[in-house]
Design a protein around this ligand. Structure first.
Ligand SMILES: Nc1ncnc2c1ncn2[C@@H]1O[C@H](COP(=O)(O)OP(=O)(O)OP(=O)(O)O)[C@@H](O)[C@H]1O
Ligand SMILES: [Mg+2]
Length: 341
């Protein structure tokens, strides 16, 4: 009998990662693009580009980001195809392909998606995986993170991604809908807000959301600024220095009210005798969790309810997919959905 390959996939709005039981791990930007015309095809010499390559060649591409605000976009055919291309690409990277070393019929995949997508897009995701893997288990992103960290009992995971901020309270069993929440306030909404604030303050400056995101990833903070945030952007074509300290602070702090509210609400629902343990076991993950000062700001909010501890997980890139892989290896036959045969 051919050996089964287990994989964990973290299907993210901005980047997606895969960890496989053959030891391979990859991460790609969640972008898929097709050449717009004959000229672009001639330059690119390929039918489809994925990941960073797609972003850097975007002027020549019909560029798609298949997940937005935590949901798979089901509307357009191109977005449906984009999800499949992205999944096939990830599996191809770890050696799964038609005629490759591992065939799709031997793959068991755990796919982590935002908690909201779990409710609304499950069927659609199942269809996207048909013919790509044999068996599938769809779980929420924060649960995959919890599983990977072995933080399965009396913990709260807060995963701040690009499209969504996902919450999951772990009670030592598969989490239910009750245990999970999704907010659409996350990296993308901060980018949009930061862009708007900069445009208001510097109407003459030429700024794109890609520039803004890069600045945010370098200088994000909440609370007290440790230094001024100075960036360079063209004003009427002339590279000019702009002070965006206040705009950065305001955009990043837009996370705080909704995240604090959701965190306190979930904590209040925990059985009273366990609340203190959960408060002291809050795990922050995802790219947005890197925002400077964020753990301290959340801990300040916890002080209203007796105090608590927020830890940030280093190396967030593969936490979700590694957790998915661990789950894939542990899951008994009965927990899997067969997609073929
Ligand atoms: N240092 C940083 N400070 C603030 N935000 C950051 C930083 N580094 C990355 N980000 C943001 O984190 C987000 C990406 O995080 P992550 O890779 O966890 O998201 P994702 O898993 O693709 O999205 P989602 O979980 O919503 O589907 C982006 O919005 C990115 O701009
Ligand atoms: Mg994520």
């Amino acid at each position: 009998m051919p050996e089964i390959l287990h994989v964990g996939i973290d299907l993210g709005t901005s980047r997606s990662s895969i960890s496989a039981s053959n030891g391979e791990r990859f991460v790609v930007d969640s972008y898929v693009g097709w050449p717009v015309d004959m000229v672009a095809r001639k330059v690119l010499k390929r039918g489809v580009l994925i990941g960073h390559e797609a972003v850097s060649n975007r002027t020549m591409l019909d560029l798609h980001r298949p997940l937005e605000r935590g949901l798979l976009k089901e509307g357009s055919e191109k977005d449906v195809e984009a999800v499949r291309e992205l999944l096939k690409h990830l599996l191809g990277l770890v050696g799964v392909s038609n005629g490759g070393s591992v065939s799709a019929s031997n793959v068991r995949a755990v796919v982590g998606v935002p908690a909201a997508a779990l409710r609304t897009n499950k069927q659609y995701l199942r269809n996207s995986m048909k013919g790509i893997v044999d068996s599938l288990l769809i779980v929420s992103e924060p649960f995959a993170v919890a599983y990977g960290l072995d933080a399965l009992l009396h913990t709260l995971i807060i995963d701040i991604g690009a499209g969504t901020t996902d919450f999951c309270v772990m009670r030592g069993r598969y989490p239910t809908e009750e245990d999970q929440r999704t907010l659409t306030v996350a990296g993308d909404s901060i980018d949009a807000q930061l862009l708007k604030l900069i445009e208001e303050r510097y109407p003459e400056a030429n700024v794109t959301v890609y520039m803004v995101r890069e600045w945010k990833e370098k200088f994000s903070f909440v609370g007290k600024a440790s230094q001024k945030v100075i960036v360079t952007a063209p004003v009427k074509g002339v590279p000019t220095q702009l002070d965006i300290t206040n705009e950065m602070k305001a955009a990043c702090e837009s996370l705080l009210p909704p995240v604090n509210e959701m965190m306190l609400d979930l904590l209040a629902r925990v059985e009273p005798e366990f609340q203190e343990r959960v408060r002291n076991n809050i795990i922050l993950s995802g790219g947005g969790g890197l925002t400077r000062g964020l753990p301290q700001a959340l801990e300040a909010a916890l002080n209203q309810v007796g105090g608590g501890k927020v830890r940030y997980m280093e190396d967030p890139v593969f936490i979700g997919s590694d957790g998915g892989l661990a789950l894939a290896i542990d899951a008994p036959d009965g927990d899997w959905e067969k997609l073929s045969g």
